[in-house]
Structures are given as structure tokens and as C-alpha cells.
Design a protein. Structure first.
Length: 295
């Protein structure tokens, strides 16, 4: 089946109408219509034919096509059944030769079971061979990254295009306005780097905000964490009431084996600090100290 002109809003609109389809705002659907931006963003993945890639929300396949042209094997997670039907037709050849397949449904519910079924070998640092890619709404990005960190799945590379304000949260440093639990979890698992900004006019339909790509690369020296689920829970808990000191927010996480005074004495962290002032290493130290007392 002939692909639509991915660079033309008029052609895309006409193609959608001819196929009885409409963009669904609840899925945050936008097509990137700027060819140069597409190529630049895909370049961040540093693809080669040996790579395995997961793509979230391929839509009509404008980025999918770029990835497949590299020779990489691609799994697309798509929730819209109209798009799924068309993707099967667009990439019929690649699907038949095993280079492309589609996982139907919500990526947040599907990724882990699919990933586990692949039974992939990790490298010496425990990093997955999979590269992850997508143009994601904030709620999906935040939930997905927290889920992968909890399950100790670190991807070989992550390239996400998000609302610019969300990218700023990923990149934020301690004691800045945008620093959040999302910042901590991203920076715990990855070195984070800003990619290109894309203006609303690079998309159809045109969103109300600018977007920016962020590149996540596994740390050269990964942090050691004995209880990732507890670490994620603690990070979220300490940011729950940003203006409260950590001595107030951390109380529900303590066991009878560890008092507040003992915790802060062992860690050397001031009880009057707030979560927004703590470095990733501080959260990890608190988590490891409390986990040790609980065990």
C-alpha cells in the first residue's frame, strides 16, 4: 500500500478521511511533518542492522520508515486499531521477513510481558540490547520510565520527543524549579542529554506547545541499588509534599529498627533538607540505609 506524503498536512488529512479515520486527542496523536527533524531525531539512536528497537505510537509510520531503512529490527507498540491495520499494509514486506512486528494495545500494559518473552541477554553492566524510541505524552513517559527502573530494565538507548517542559524536568538539576521525582529516576538510570527542539509547526495537527527530544544513555558506572522498588517508592514519597522537609516526609518509610536521628546520623544528610535539594546519590543513600534496617 502506498504511504501518504508524510511532509504534507493536506495529504495526511486527505488520507485519513479517505480511510475513515480521525486523530484521537486522548492518545496524544501528532505526526511529525518535518523531514529534517525526523532524520535528526532518528540519528540519535545511532542505528545499525544488528539493533533491536521498540517504538511507541508509530501512527502512520513516518518514523517507523526511517528506522526500518537502517536495517534494524523494529517492534512497534500501537494502541489505535486504525493505525495498526494500515501499518500492517505499509510494512507488509518487512513484517514477512521478520524485521518488523506490531504489539497491539497500551504499551504500559504490554511492554514488560513482551520484553520478558524475548529472553534477551544483557551486557556486562546489565543493560538491555534494546533501543527505545517514541513521541510520548508526559503521563506515559513518566509512568513508563518509573516502571522500567523499578523492574531493573535499562535500555541501550532511549530517545524520546516530549513537551519541552517535560524534557526540562528530565534534565533538571537539584534545587531548581523543574527538579522532581521524574528527574531523579531518569538520572538514576541514565545520563541525560538534550536533543533538538521542534516547533509546533513541525507537527500536524499543530500542538499548542514546543517539543524537545531527550537522549537517555546508560551510565558508564551504574548505581548499585539493592531494592529498586523501594527506591522508586521512596523518591515518589519524598516529593509528595515538596515544601515539607524530608524528616517529615520520610517517617512512613521507617521501620522500628531505625529512628529518624539514626537515619540522619548514618547518612550525614540534614533532616531540614527538602527533596528538591537532594542529589540522586542522597536518595540512594537514604533508600539503602532504610532498606538495610528493614531487612
Amino acid at each position: 500500500m502506498q504511504h501518504p506524503d508524510y511532509n504534507s498536512p493536506a495529504a495526511l488529512k486527505s488520507f485519513m478521511e479517505e480511510n475513515g479515520m480521525a486523530m484521537q486527542k486522548k492518545f496524544g496523536q501528532n505526526f511529525m511533518i518535518n523531514s529534517d527533524s525526523r532524520k535528526k531525531i532518528i540519528s540519535y539512536l545511532e542505528l545499525n542492522p544488528e539493533d533491536r528497537v521498540f517504538e511507541v505510537g508509530p501512527g502512520l509510520g513516518c518514523m517507523t520508515e526511517e528506522i526500518l531503512n537502517s536495517g534494524a529490527r523494529l517492534t512497534a507498540f500501537e494502541i489505535d486499531y486504525g493505525f495498526i491495520e494500515l501499518l500492517h499494509q505499509f510494512f507488509e514486506k518487512e513484517e514477512k521477513n521478520g524485521q518488523f512486528n506490531i504489539v497491539e494495545g497500551d504499551v504500559l500494559k504490554k511492554w514488560n510481558s513482551y520484553y520478558n518473552d524475548l529472553n534477551l541477554s544483557l551486557d556486562e553492566k546489565g543493560v538491555s540490547p534494546v533501543k527505545f524510541f517514541g513521541n510520548l505524552p508526559y503521563n506515559i513517559a513518566a509512568t513508563f520510565i518509573a516502571d522500567t527502573v523499578t523492574k531493573n530494565v535499562i535500555f541501550k538507548k532511549g530517545v524520546f520527543t516530549l513537551q519541552k517542559e517535560v524534557t526540562q524536568r528530565i534534565l533538571a538539576k537539584p534545587s531548581t524549579e523543574n527538579y522532581s521525582s521524574f528527574s531523579v529516576l531518569c538520572q538514576f538510570a541514565y545520563d541525560v542529554k538534550a536533543g533538538i527542539e521542534t516547533a509546533p509547526g513541525c507537527f500536524w495537527p499543530k500542538p499548542n506547545v514546543a517539543s524537545q527530544t531527550v537522549i537517555l544513555t546508560p551510565k558508564e558506572k551504574p548505581y548499585e541499588c539493592s531494592n529498586r522498588a523501594f527506591f522508586v517508592k521512596l523518591v515518589h514519597g519524598l516529593f509528595l509534599s515538596r515544601r515539607k522537609t524530608i524528616s517529615n516526609n520520610i517517617k512512613p518509610f521507617l521501620s522500628g529498627n531505625l529512628t529518624l536521628d539514626e537515619l540522619f546520623s548514618r547518612t550525614g544528610i540534614s533532616p531540614n533538607q527538602r527533596a528538591e535539594n537532594l542529589k540522586v546519590e542522597d536518595f540512594l543513600l537514604l533508600s539503602e540505609t532504610i532498606s538495610g534496617a528493614i531487612l
